[in-house]
Design a protein around this ligand. Structure first.
Ligand code: SAM
Length: 231
């Protein structure tokens, strides 16, 4: 009935279009991101994939908060740590000139470490690691951060190729069958297969052919995830 009315009404169609287009794309994407994280947490629960949630690029901590909450709400029998890596007060930095991008600009995406720390003060299983990945976890550094934890979920949300590469190399020994790898901004840099988070992931799989992953789920505007089948 409603369909029939809407079918013949330019007014109703315009109204629907106006509502849909007035929601900012970043809001739609971020809702998709939250749903993606929820899905990954749930899959790791069903499949009994132990280990921590590792997020590279947490900004103000919203998606990290979503992970903590999604885990809490399902009364999981698995105890998990949640690791959040970010430069916080320093924002983006180009360690590689190929990372230059009109939206991901040096010095942008600054967040207050103190504020984010306060946001998670009630959660002892949340560990924040402040600093550029190139300084905190590159070249074999960072083993003291995760201790014996394996990785259940790896979320790469740092937009640029260089830090994404560093994050993937750090996480490599922590990957296991069932790890969900979430990659944000998968189609950035005009789709260039050598740049951005896609470039980093593509090269990572090429350099480590023993790691086999297959597509798990798409989300939001250009987010993608994979499930590790074999390491
Ligand atoms: C898109 S934001 C993350 C958004 C967050 N995941 C969320 O959805 O709430 C990207 C973050 O990556 C961080 N970042 C980018 N390159 C980095 C690097 N080399 N080292 C540390 N942090 C970096 C930026 O500081 C920024 O906070």
């Amino acid at each position: 009935m409603l369909y029939k009315i809407a079918k013949n009404s330019a007014f109703l169609q315009n109204l629907a279009v106006n509502i849909a287009t007035s929601i900012h794309p970043s809001i739609v994407h971020n809702f998709g991101k939250i749903e993606m994280i929820k899905k990954a947490i749930w899959n790791c629960e069903l499949e009994e994939v132990s280990g921590g949630y590792f997020e590279f690029g947490i900004y103000e901590g919203t998606s990290l908060y979503a992970a903590v909450k999604a885990h809490k709400k399902i009364n999981s029998k698995i105890s998990r740590n949640f690791y959040g890596f970010d430069s916080f007060d320093d924002g983006f930095k180009y360690f590689d000139k190929r990372d230059i991008h009109p939206f991901f600009k040096e010095g942008d995406f600054i967040s207050s470490y103190e504020k984010v720390k306060k946001r998670f003060s009630k959660f002892p299983n949340v560990k924040l690691i402040k600093g550029y990945f190139e300084e905190t976890v590159a070249n074999g550094k960072g083993a003291d951060i995760h201790g014996k934890d394996k990785c259940a979920i790896l979320f790469i949300d740092c937009d640029l190729m260089n830090p994404a590469t560093v994050a993937l190399e750090y996480a490599k020994p922590l990957l296991q069958a069932g790890t969900i790898i979430i990659i944000d901004d998968y189609y950035a840099y005009k789709g260039d297969e050598n740049l951005g988070t896609y470039g980093a992931f593509h090269k990572f799989l090429h350099n480590h052919p023993n790691i086999k992953a297959r597509e798990f789920s798409d989300y939001g505007y250009g987010g993608k995830s994979f499930i590790v089948m074999k390491v």
